[in-house]
Design a protein around this ligand. Structure first.
Ligand SMILES: [Zn+2]
Length: 172
C-alpha cells in the first residue's frame, strides 16, 4: 500500500488557529455570562433592599405621624431651640446639655410633625445590653420616651431603629 504523507496545507492553518480562538471565545463567554448572572443577583438584592428601605421609612413616618427630617440634632426635640446650638459636634456631644445626639448609632435624624420637632430616630446594628441601657438612661435624663423597632430603613434586617419622642405624644 502506498503511504501518503499527510501534510496540513498552509491554507488550513488560519482555520485551526480560528478553532483555538473559538474555544477561547466560548470560555470568555461563559465567564462573562457567570459574571452577568452574579451582577443580576446583586441587582435583585439591591432592589429588594431599596424596596424595604422605602417601605420601612414610609411605615415609620405613618406610625410617628412625621413629615420630613430636619437635621441631625436632637436638641430642638428636648429644649425647643430652633437650630442645632453645637456648631461642630464631637463624639461626646451626647453628654452635653442639651445633647447633639444620643450615644452610639448612626444616621440620627430629627423629624418634624406639622413643622415642629416630633421625633428623633437613630440606627444601631447590635443592641447590646450596655447600649440598650445607655438609650434608656438617655431617654430618662432628657424626659423622652423611647421605642425600639426592627424596621430600620438604613440597614434593613440588620439594624434596629431607636426612636425618641415626647412622652405626652403616643404613636399609633
Ligand atoms: Zn446639635
Amino acid at each position: 500500500m502506498k503511504r501518503r504523507n499527510v501534510v496540513v496545507s498552509e491554507s488550513y492553518l488560519p482555520y485551526l488557529w480560528e478553532n483555538d480562538r473559538i474555544e477561547e471565545h466560548e470560555a470568555d463567554n461563559r465567564t462573562l455570562r457567570e459574571r452577568l448572572e452574579t451582577c443580576e443577583d446583586q441587582l435583585e438584592q439591591l432592589k429588594q433592599q431599596s424596596e424595604l428601605e422605602t417601605e420601612f421609612r414610609k411605615r415609620f413616618k405613618a406610625i410617628f405621624d412625621v413629615d420630613e427630617p430636619d437635621g441631625s440634632c436632637i436638641a430642638p426635640l428636648i429644649t425647643g431651640v430652633d437650630e442645632c446650638p453645637h456648631g461642630w459636634p464631637t463624639a461626646d456631644s451626647y453628654q452635653q446639655t442639651p445633647p447633639h445626639q444620643p450615644p452610639r448609632g448612626t444616621h440620627g435624624e430629627l423629624w418634624l410633625r406639622d413643622g415642629e420637632p416630633g421625633a428623633y430616630s437613630i440606627h444601631v446594628s447590635d443592641l447590646e445590653r450596655d447600649i440598650l441601657a445607655a438609650y434608656l438612661d438617655f431617654a430618662d435624663l432628657h424626659g423622652l420616651e423611647v421605642r425600639f423597632t426592627a424596621a430600620s430603613w438604613i440597614n434593613p434586617q440588620r439594624a434596629v431603629c431607636v426612636v425618641f419622642y415626647p412622652p405626652e405624644w403616643r404613636p399609633e
